[in-house]
Design a protein. Sequence first.
Length: 259
Amino acid sequence: MKIPKIQNDIIASDMAIKRAKKKETYTKDEIKNCRILTDLLDPNDDAVQSWRTFRIMSEFVQGFEILRRYGLAATIFGGARYAAGDTVYKEAEELAAKLAKAGFAIITGGGPGVMEAANVGAFKVGGKSVGLNIQLPFEQKLNPYVNDTETFHFFFSRKVMLSFASEVYIYFPGGFGTMDELFELVTLIQTKKISRIPIVLVDKMYWSPLLDWIKNTMLKEYKTITKEDLDIFKLVDTPQEAYDYIIKTVDTNGNLKQV
């Protein structure tokens, strides 16, 4: 079967669009290295490609619909591998409970670990507990402590939802996923693609080495960021410190007092 010829790894280039319009084709063997087709769309069926595009659109629509139900909100990130007895888990639960009592909806990725802990904290005090879940082959399954949820197939649509969900973003220790979400938000704020919002890093022992590297290597040695960029995030050591900073920074109407 033949499919539209599209430049490898270029989603929306002029060349790709022109070739598609001309209906130039490759065989399946010839497009095996075209990742836009093999990884995102379907190289075997033009109709499936079209429906998959609609699926992507539907995830955005459904995601924004769920977020519209909530005003004041806090999104909490962190590692998926923490268990209920771990210190990080308990601290995430504690902070989420405090914020839920203060009127914040608690939004997480909906999975285990810190995500579950935050949902537990909100759930136990009768607060709004939301999970924006992702389908993964391991680790990620929806925790039972959410009272509203949406499950995503595509990472990028879920990331957009998480980027526009809340008035404050809180990061506990985590892995690559947590780092990905952190630098996504920092970049959006740095480039003024979203409004300035509080980003809170909890646990000085975990975050300090990374912040030292950002300051000494990125700023001082390589000059790839500015001094003002270091003010995008706030480092704290305890759930109480995080709570005090958030209450000082965001009022219960969802407006920023100061950042």
